[in-house]
Unconditional design. Structure first.
Length: 277
């Protein structure tokens, strides 16, 4: 079933001077204007297109790739402000409107904001909203502790960053548990730390029980894994070899493998360093 505001796979059914008509199934035939056609496309091909409404409320298809689809939370830049609201760049020639009524703060041209892309029930047009809370799932969260989830960083609060979880719920990453630079709109993986009695969700950027290691130790660990679990280097290896292989000094190398050994990531032997399972 074809869906408005979504990427669909539709068949080309006929050609006209100004483009192709696609079989939009439940939506009827949908015009794809000539400017979106690639030379290799022909009648009978099934192609990937985004379906949207133009300014005259006609269904159109485009091969442009959107930055977000209906049902997504996304970090989008304001291209211009007009008398009906803010128009955002969402990857299509036709910009995404965020009406003034859907702005929590007055949007400014050139700035980016996290918005939710939805279909307005009154106009049937695709629009954006800053009022994210009303689009969050009301269903009880069914996550498990340590479950990996997709996050969109929403906003910084006094206690930490709020984030959208799997396009459905809101969680918090506490300031004192953030050890890397993150920013609004950033997409990243995270983990469920705790679901509270009131169904509020605590998040963490590192799997619980995983001990953080520094960048140099991570370089060494990655190299061991890439080599199949063993490398023929240890604290007796020539400093020049260490630098050529790992890009770090002998002193830093010794400190790093010492930390990895203490945290039981590796075993140090006379022959080299071995990853522990």
């Amino acid at each position: 079933m074809a869906q408005l505001g979504q990427i669909n796979h539709l068949k080309i059914v006929r050609k006209v001077d100004f483009g192709f008509y696609l079989d939009g199934e439940n939506l009827g035939e949908i015009l794809m204007p000539k400017r979106y056609i690639f030379p290799e496309m022909k009648i009978g091909d099934t192609i990937e297109v985004m379906v949207y409404l133009d300014g005259e409320e006609r269904l159109l298809a485009t091969t442009e790739i959107p930055l977000a689809q209906v049902g997504d939370f996304a970090y989008l830049k304001v291209n211009k402000i007009e008398n009906v609201g803010a128009f955002l760049d969402w990857g299509l020639s036709k910009e995404l409107l965020v009406p003034f009524s859907e702005q929590k703060v007055k949007m400014e041209e050139g700035k980016s904001y996290v918005v939710y892309v939805y279909i307005d029930k009154i106009t049937d047009r695709i629009a954006g909203s800053m009022k994210l809370e009303k689009f969050i799932s009301k269903e009880k969260p069914e996550y498990t502790v340590n479950q990996e989830v997709d996050l969109v960083i929403w906003t910084l609060t006094d206690v930490g960053y709020k984030a959208i979880i799997n396009n459905q719920h809101i969680g918090v990453i506490y300031k004192n548990e953030i050890f890397r630079k993150i920013s609004n709109g950033q997409k990243m993986k995270g983990y469920i730390k705790k679901i509270r009695d009131d169904d509020k969700i605590d998040l963490t950027l590192d799997k619980i029980g995983y001990t953080k290691i520094d960048n140099f130790a991570q370089i060494i660990l990655n190299a061991i894994e890439k080599a199949g679990g063993f490398l023929p280097y240890n604290d007796k290896t020539d400093p020049e070899i260490i630098y050529n292989i790992f890009g770090m000094s002998k002193k830093v190398f010794k400190q790093s493998i010492g930390n990895l050994f203490k945290q039981r990531f590796i075993e140090i032997t006379p022959e080299g360093i071995k990853k522990l399972s």
